[in-house]
Ligand binder design. Sequence first.
Ligand code: HEM
Length: 177
Amino acid sequence: MKGIVFTEFFEMVERRSGYKTVDQLIQEVPHSHNGVYTAIGNYPHEELVAFVIHYCRLTSTPIEQVLREFGHHMLGVFSSAYPQFFDRCPDVLSFLESVDSYIHLEVLKLYPDAQLPRFDTRRIGLESIEMTHRSDRGMSALAYGLIEQAMHHYGQIGQIETTDHPEHTVFRISLNA
Ligand code: HEM
């Protein structure tokens, strides 16, 4: 998993709970090196999961909620770092359609070692799409948070329905008329 995911997770923890909690996580969660993560490095996904689980324990917060909030945070990071990915799409549905077919492909050009999820996206109505999310690493609650914050970014209001399957998760995103 790319280091940016770790550094931004610590950033969110610091904002939510203070830097002492970040220090506590780095001290109490076993990890493979000295706790220094660089944005472009690559680190085991299991380490991120261990940090998330421990943070949830420390703050008595459900994992789903922390991952969703992390999705909100990451979308903000992406919109500042890569405004061109947002500017080329006039609305949230076309933006979400471009995640698999364009954005993550561009990410792979920049970071060939990135491990990205797959999204099969199809229109199911004038103002609704279905996104099928597949990842060896789970993380569908993170995807939910990213989708939710993308709607917010475009100022569009609607509903996200989620159906979990053993191997994938289906998101139905419907905008209000
Ligand atoms: C400008 C927008 C975006 C950029 C630049 C971007 C980039 C990235 C990067 C760099 C990673 C980390 C890959 C790794 O750790 O190896 C990632 C992971 C991920 N992205 Fe995106 N992404 C964007 C938008 C989105 C959106 C809108 C969604 C949801 C619909 C999404 C879903 C995910 C998920 C679920 C992961 C976790 C990877 C996994 O463990 O399977 N991304 N993305």
